[in-house]
Design a protein around this ligand. Structure first.
Ligand SMILES: [Zn+2]
Length: 413
């Protein structure tokens, strides 16, 4: 797939380099005008000022493509999705717009239960086919790395089916696809045998997930009606034994001190954080846990569901932005749109928003070879069809993209 002949992209109007850490300013990136990008073997060889890159020894032999003044940013990283699911929940969406409650929606057969039933009834082929459509839509919007969670199975067999689908997507797609095993909720049928369910999750579901090469993370939904902090600690400790990194869904519907728990457990990221208080934000910053905000939920659910991006940044957190693509609370595939929302609704600057969907996403996945365009990193990049990189966020729903580079290969749209 990748060519060993160096490739030089010239006449880049703006080359955007997110900084390795977000720092304490609102400009966590450097923008170089009149830039070039030199790539070989799927990696970045040199990036920056055109005159400097042009003097690189490998530049002379390179195939050259002019980008005619367009802006280039690193490939986008969506670090939190539930992209593999069966069935849709449009009825629930409609009920919510009529003011119906979570309880009445659940009573009508909605909620996670309906996704579990749909997963059960769906063939693996059909599950993969509909998930592939969503994945390729994300690629059209500049995403080059995506994390996908299980969690609609709620039994060892069905969790394995979801993870099988994620593995097939990973091998069929040019994108980097990484898997997470998610402890989502305890199914109704096991409510009186909660302990038994958690035991089964730790002893059967987690080891099966950890055996798979693409599964790198374990996530636990910590919330009333899902898992308690003690249960999340137990599951996370077992995951660590199996060499999985820990992530947590916390403080989405109420402040359950989930951020402090993520800090205590040394999680890679704490995600959601809509209700996190100042103490929790400081705990995340002190522990170096990436704070991942998911503004698609605010868009999709309505009401006052926006995560507080600004207070998290002001507390010193590194803030990643992801879609949380899922059929119930964020049927959103558009990561640039989430970047726009993180700025207009959650208080980030456009520079912080871009950082959050590139380097921030990579940090939330523990990946040090992407999210910027430094020498040695994967040559994943987005060519914005404009000389101004901020156009990535300026026309939500109609983002002007010229193409996406994956491991050095430019796919034009
Ligand atoms: Zn989620």
């Amino acid at each position: 797939m990748t060519s060993s002949v160096p490739h030089l992209f010239t006449e880049i109007g703006q080359l955007v380099q997110p900084h390795l850490s977000e720092g304490d300013t609102r400009t966590p990136l450097t923008v170089t005008p009149n830039a070039s990008l030199l790539l070989a073997d799927g990696r970045v060889v040199a990036a920056g000022d055109a005159d400097l890159v042009g003097t690189h020894p490998q530049a002379a032999a390179a195939t050259t493509t002019s980008l005619q003044g367009r802006a280039v940013v690193p490939g986008l990283v969506d670090s939190h999705t539930h992209l593999v699911f069966a069935g849709e929940r449009v009825n629930e969406f409609a009920m919510r717009t009529r003011g119906e409650t979570y309880e009445s929606i659940a009573a009508a057969g909605g909620g996670i239960v309906s996704s579990v039933a749909a997963l059960q009834d769906c063939s693996l082929e059909a599950l993969v086919a509909q998930s592939e459509r969503r994945l390729s839509h994300m690629q059209q919007l500049g995403v080059t790395t995506v994390e996908i969670k299980s969690g609609y199975g709620l039994s060892p067999d069905l969790e394995a089916k979801q993870l099988d689908a994620i593995e097939i997507l990973a091998s069929n797609s040019p994108l980097t696809v990484l898997g997470t095993v998610l402890a989502h909720v305890v199914p109704k049928t096991m409510r009186s045998r909660r302990e038994e369910y958690i035991e089964q999750f730790c002893e059967v579901v987690l080891p099966d997930a950890a055996r798979r090469e693409i599964v790198r993370y374990c996530d636990v939904f910590v919330e009333n009606g899902a898992f308690t902090p003690d249960e999340a600690t137990r599951i996370s400790n077992k995951a660590r034994e199996l060499k999985l990194e820990v992530k947590l869904h916390v403080d989405q519907l109420h402040d359950g001190s989930g951020a402090a728990l993520a800090a205590e457990l040394g999680a890679l990221s704490a995600d959601h954080l809509e209700k996190t208080n100042a103490e929790g934000a400081k705990a995340l910053a002190d522990a170096g846990v990436v704070a991942t905000i998911l503004p698609g939920c605010g868009l999709f659910l309505g009401g006052d569901n926006w995560p507080a991006g600004r207070p998290l940044r002001d507390a010193g957190c590194s803030v990643a932005v992801a879609t949380d693509c899922n059929p119930g609370s964020s049927m959103v595939l558009d990561l640039p749109l989430c970047g726009t929302l993180s700025a207009t609704q959650c208080g980030l600057s456009l520079e912080e928003a871009l950082w959050g969907i590139t380097r921030g996403g990579a940090m939330a996945l523990g990946l040090n070879d992407r999210g910027t365009l430094n020498p040695g990193e994967r040559a994943d990049f987005v060519v914005v069809d404009s000389s101004d990189w901020r156009k990535l966020f300026y026309t939500p729903g109609a983002t002007p993209l010229f193409g996406v580079g994956i491991a050095g290969n430019l796919i034009r749209f």
